[in-house]
Design a protein around this ligand. Structure first.
Ligand SMILES: *[C@@H]1O[C@H](CO)[C@@H](O)[C@H](O)[C@H]1NC(C)=O
Ligand SMILES: *[C@@H]1O[C@H](CO)[C@@H](O)[C@H](O)[C@H]1NC(C)=O
Ligand SMILES: *[C@@H]1O[C@H](CO)[C@@H](O)[C@H](O)[C@H]1NC(C)=O
Length: 425
């Protein structure tokens, strides 16, 4: 009887601890950290493509070439690597092992180089890793795949359903209204930059270029003082959420990345991960960091700076798996994010439930777009279209299907080619 009472008491304490832990703020010190995903933006770079009237549009000012990582950028990532070494000192060994860590980058010079610079801070050779006493560096593999095949990190693998939904958003009432309000700024930029600007993304492009030139102490043309930094900084920040503005867009754009992380957590916790790794690094862009955070509903409008870094960590607390997300966008310690309706330590099962709307079940098939699906989406989104609209859409769909079938018959060889391409990816 006493033993039973005692057991009852212990079990309740355990329950209490679980509940209490899930509500308390994450400091990064609770439970046992067993896996971390790190997603970061590259470091300092040169402008990608200056606007036509830019006085600094000449490679003599940017000898490393357009869109390239600079020495400052290398240093920034080296320092982030050192910081990661400190944070994960108990998670990964001091010496490199492929069974502990995997690094993936988008297939872009500056992200590949950032990953390598980061790794030189994370794994300075010690003990058995020392291969040349004159070189305080060791080679560590960084994996990538061509962007056009990359549905996970670059998120640029073609997805017709996504393109269609994005186009719809951009012509929606809300976006038309925003663009109408910004029209005077678009006109001003078009007139002065020599580039036709008619979207928020167009503004973001010019903002990014001016910001880099300012960082490099280049005198900006007089006309820019009217729009830089504001309102361009705010418009640029707003442009970051367009790609993931609706759950459908988020699901098709960064859903695969989120699903990959959560599934990997599950495998890790269930001891199904092989090799049984502990750290996974993704080297990518400001659009990746902002889009991923926005997919999680955790993005506050801002322009993610160089080396902005999202940490998605798995901890075991009383034998249960918990997820924490931290955002590090300064040199200070990272900010613990409050996962919607779950807090800073969220049970892994809950993560799957909370984010179900943005986790694709079968991305490839969800990306397919038939004309019939199209009209269905149209009807769903715009109930105001009404019955007449539905009929017109159905007729249009039928016509489109007939045309599609005819085209298919004419171009069946071409179709085979495409199919082969996809398998290849
Ligand atoms: C948790 O963090 C929030 C801000 O993120 C703060 O307002 C709150 O007081 C913290 N709670 C505890 C228990 O530390
Ligand atoms: C720009 O000027 C500031 C202040 O004089 C200086 O600290 C900084 O190093 C300069 N930046 C570059 C890239 O030359
Ligand atoms: C850093 O991130 C926080 C939280 O998203 C945001 O509010 C802030 O503006 C960001 N600051 C910088 C410098 O990026």
């Amino acid at each position: 009887m006493l033993i039973k009472l005692f057991l009852f008491f212990i079990l309740n304490i355990k329950l209490f601890v679980i509940v209490w832990c899930s509500e308390k703020n994450a400091t990064g010190n609770e439970g046992q950290l067993i896996f971390a995903h790190v997603l970061f933006r590259h470091g300092d770079r040169t402008p990608v493509d200056p606007y036509p009237t830019d006085p600094w549009r000449d490679l003599k000012y940017w000898p490393t070439g357009w869109g390239q990582l600079t020495n400052t950028g290398k240093k920034q990532h080296y320092e982030l690597g050192q910081w990661l070494r400190k944070r994960y000192t108990n998670l990964i060994s001091k010496t490199y092992s492929r069974n502990e860590i995997f690094i993936r980058s988008t297939d872009v010079d500056r992200t590949l180089m950032s990953a390598l610079a980061d790794l030189s801070g994370l794994y300075p050779p010690t003990e058995k890793d020392i291969w040349n006493p004159d070189v305080n560096w060791q080679p560590i593999p960084v994996h990538t795949i061509p962007e056009v095949n990359d549905a996970i990190l670059a998120a640029k693998k073609p997805c017709p359903a996504y393109d269609y939904a994005l186009k719809k958003l951009k012509t929606s009432e809300e976006y038309t209204e925003i663009n109408k309000k910004l029209k005077p700024i678009y006109n001003y930029l078009t007139k002065n930059s020599g580039k036709n600007v008619n979207t928020m993304t167009g503004c973001q492009y010019i903002y990014g270029c001016l910001k880099i030139e300012q960082l490099y102490n280049k005198t900006l043309p007089e006309w820019t003082s009217k729009v830089y930094p504001e309102p361009l900084a705010t418009i640029s920040a707003r442009a970051f959420i367009t790609n993931t503005y609706t759950p459908q867009l988020a699901r098709l754009k960064f859903g695969p990345l989120l699903k990959e992380m959560l599934t990997r957590f599950q495998d890790k916790f269930n001891r199904n991960l092989d090799p049984d790794r502990k750290l996974w690094i993704y080297s990518a862009h400001d659009t990746t960091v902002s889009g991923f955070l926005n997919t999680l509903n955790l993005f506050e409008l801002h322009n993610p700076p160089y080396t902005a870094c999202v940490l998605v960590e798995l901890r075991v607390i009383n034998k249960e798996p918990f997820v924490s997300i931290f955002y590090k966008n300064t040199t200070a310690e990272p900010i613990a994010m409050n996962i919607p309706n779950c807090g800073q330590l969220c049970p892994l099962d809950e993560m799957f439930k909370i984010y179900e709307p943005v986790l694709p079940v079968n991305w490839e098939s969800e990306c397919r777009l038939s004309m019939l699906q199209m009209s269905y989406v149209d009807v769903e989104i715009k109930s105001t279209i009404g019955v007449a609209g539905i009929s017109i859409l159905l007729i249009l769909s039928l016509l489109a299907i007939i045309i599609a079938v005819l085209l298919y018959k004419r171009h069946s060889n071409y179709h085979d080619d495409k199919w082969y391409y996809r398998i290849d990816g």
